[in-house]
Design a protein around this ligand. Structure first.
Ligand code: BGC
Length: 377
């Protein structure tokens, strides 16, 4: 039997530990302080079956994810930093919870119920990933950290104030990370508001299934369950069209090497400097459904992404340029990581034909994404 511990009853760093084989555990460790003196902690979830995920309270960032390869050796498959200071200095959203609105909003503006809202233009002329101080740069509160019958779970919460980063309404957000016994990291998002507001929550982990810093991701093979994608203008704002992937470098309905067409002579590829596009998985949110599978031939690692979200941004680290020195002094060069950011479509507040991202008072936003790891022999 797996025992369930309530962390509030414990003062020791070891928050949850069970004596049975394959039991999960959660360890807490201090990770420093932000510039205003707020303490930041790391929580390591161990599912007792070889997978370990470390998450910090600053940005809800997944700082490390250890997954065994074919050779039995565990590698850390996400990009990140060793020290809090490196995260505080600025980084391209490594592992972070992104919000209030993940992805872009054109010209940092949208209208809602007859009012125009102005947001920060922090990506040339557009708004990106929630603004100057998005959910990736706040310290999340730990609601609970416990081993549950689904695996060790860390539940974080954050209340974004009315007017924060220009968005309307007090938005209460809970994000639960569960490291399941079937080697899946499950993320459950829940949000409520007291005024209508756009919300688009995602996780921005950069994966390299060979291990972070171990080369580029071009030899990874990917399948994306999307018939269409949302083409963009040169500032990466969707044109509104849902374009068929057939006959384009965006057709991943069959497993394809990421590098195969990443530099194709194609306007959309040029705009993204490779893949940096939203793929259409569904017309609207639905039950948890397979979205993408990535296989890395050398290590044998496979990552399956499942989600309730209608879209996924496939981004290939095209803007990494070696200026980020990560964990263990590894230099993260061009295309050393890829992201599969499950989400609603970019710029939805300005695109009436896209599935709505407006959350209203009395409604609950519920969204789930699962990153499940396995091995191909
Ligand atoms: C965007 C990229 C951006 C990156 C930030 C991705 O979600 O699509 O365009 O450069 O985040 O690191």
């Amino acid at each position: 039997m797996r025992s369930i511990y309530r962390p509030m009853l414990l003062t020791a760093a070891l928050l949850a530990f069970s004596s049975t084989t394959f039991a999960g555990s959660i360890m807490q460790a201090p990770f420093g302080k932000t510039s205003d003196g707020t303490a930041v902690d790391l929580y390591t979830l161990d599912n007792g079956r070889g997978v370990k995920a470390t998450i910090m309270t600053y940005g809800g960032i997944v700082t490390s994810l250890l997954v065994p390869g074919r050779d039995g050796r565990a590698a850390d498959v996400v990009l990140g930093h060793d020290k809090l200071d490196d995260y505080l200095k600025g980084h391209p959203y490594f592992g972070a919870i992104v919000g209030r609105y993940g992805n872009r909003i054109a010209k940092g503006q949208f209208s809602l119920d007859g009012r125009t809202y102005t947001l920060a233009k922090n990506n040339d002329q557009n708004h990106l990933h929630g603004g100057l101080k998005g959910f990736d740069k706040v310290v999340w509160k730990v609601e609970s950290a416990a081993d549950t019958d689904r695996g060790p779970q860390l539940k974080l919460s954050y209340t974004s104030q009315d007017g924060e980063e220009g968005y309307p309404g007090n938005l209460k957000v809970t994000v639960a990370y569960t490291l399941r016994t079937d080697n899946a990291l499950r993320i459950d998002y829940l949000a409520t508001t007291d005024k209508a507001t756009p919300v688009n929550l995602t996780n921005h982990s950069y994966f390299n299934l060979q291990g972070h810093g171990e080369g580029d991701i071009l030899d990874h093979e990917i399948t994306i369950a999307a018939e269409r994608f949302t083409p963009v203008d040169k500032t990466l704002i969707p044109t509104g069209e849902l374009r068929s992937v057939a006959g384009t470098p965006f057709d991943f309905r069959k497993s394809t090497r990421i590098g195969e067409r990443i530099d194709a002579d194609d306007e959309q590829i040029r705009f993204g400097r490779g893949y940096d596009h939203n793929f259409v998985l569904a017309e609207k949110p639905r039950d948890v459904t397979p979205a993408a599978t990535v296989y890395e031939p050398q290590s044998g690692r496979v990552m399956e992404v499942q989600t309730t979200e209608p879209g996924v941004q496939f981004y290939c680290g095209n803007f990494l340029d070696g200026s980020n020195v990560g964990k263990g002094e590894k230099v993260y060069k061009h295309r050393y990581g890829f992201c599969l950011e499950t989400q609603h479509f970019p710029d939805s507040p300005n695109q009436p034909s896209f599935p709505t991202t407006i959350l209203k008072p009395g409604q609950e936003l519920k969204s789930t994404t699962v990153y499940r790891f396995s091995l191909k022999k």
